[in-house]
Design a protein around this ligand. Structure first.
Ligand code: ADP
Ligand code: ADP
Ligand code: ZN
Length: 225
């Protein structure tokens, strides 16, 4: 079993890379933001609560995120290992994850930190478009879909996240620098951190990530269906 954390600011490419990595390995993609957005679509209390923070670009309170993630990784499809995307984002979340994993004789094996400069991040966030149906991600500046507003993969409708406006994105980046950046040093001290240049093109970033993970033989196991 292998567990990997993708660490990096909003717009760094965590979701894009996690999707590909999960297709190319036996690991399951778990994205805290996606779980909140799914909860909101289902109209649950969790979704409504999360939305009030997400819309302002603030972090959802630790205890809420932690509970949701621990429930998610207890599901059977996470048995072969997890790619964490967007979690942990604070020291408290990191500690809670470690404690929960320790209870199951499990651990974090690697943390891949995607480094991208701020001006590039803002452009990526402002241009991000996501498919309502299959979750595929496009970018109006870098990877537009062939037909505007329509997903190439499934013909679903593309939408822009309401928290991807420039003002909210600026604030999310500030929140990242203040609350999440300390995790870089935290995982460095644990000798888990691999720094990846996230500014290169998508496929090269994927290769760099797989290379960083190659030290772990379980990842070379055939991918799931
Ligand atoms: P995150 O999950 O870290 O917020 P995403 O994976 O959603 O980031 O990517 C943010 C935006 O940037 C998306 O529109 C995506 O298509 C685009 N993107 C991702 N990786 C790259 C890359 N290496 N080069 C250019 N654009 C990228
Ligand atoms: P991005 O990858 O572009 O930063 P996410 O989808 O990961 O966006 O997160 C969107 C929003 O969901 C965050 O701005 C925050 O409000 C909330 N969120 C997601 N993950 C966490 C987390 N681990 N802790 C607190 N809030 C979170
Ligand atoms: Zn689609």
């Amino acid at each position: 079993m292998t567990n990997v954390i993708l660490l990096g600011p909003p717009g760094a490419g965590k979701g894009t890379q996690a999707k590909t990595l999960s297709e190319r390995t036996s690991l399951t993609h778990v994205a805290s933001g996606d779980l909140f957005r799914a909860a909101l679509r289902e109209g649950t209390e969790l979704g409504m609560l999360a939305k009030s923070y997400m819309d302002r670009g603030e972090l959802v309170p630790n205890e809420v995120v932690i509970r949701m993630i621990l429930e998610r990784i207890a599901q059977p499809d996470c048995g072969a290992g997890v790619i964490f995307d967007g979690f942990p984002r604070t020291r408290e979340q990191a500690t809670a994850l470690e404690a929960a994993m320790g209870e199951h004789h499990n651990q974090i094996d690697a943390v891949l930190y995607l480094r991208v400069p701020r001006d590039v991040l803002l452009r990526r966030i402002a241009g991000r478009q996501t498919c309502k149906t299959c979750g595929a991600t496009y970018n109006i500046y870098y990877f537009p879909s062939h037909r505007p507003g329509i997903c190439d993969a499934c013909r679903g409708k593309l939408y822009q996240r309401s928290d991807d406006s420039i003002e909210t994105a600026e604030h999310r980046l500030d929140v990242y620098f203040e609350q999440t950046m300390p995790l870089i040093e935290y995982y460095q001290r644990q000798e888990l951190l691999h720094e990846i240049d996230g500014q290169r093109e998508i496929s090269l970033v994927t290769e760099a990530m797989l290379h960083a993970l190659k030290i772990n033989p379980e990842l070379t196991a055939p991918p799931k269906e």
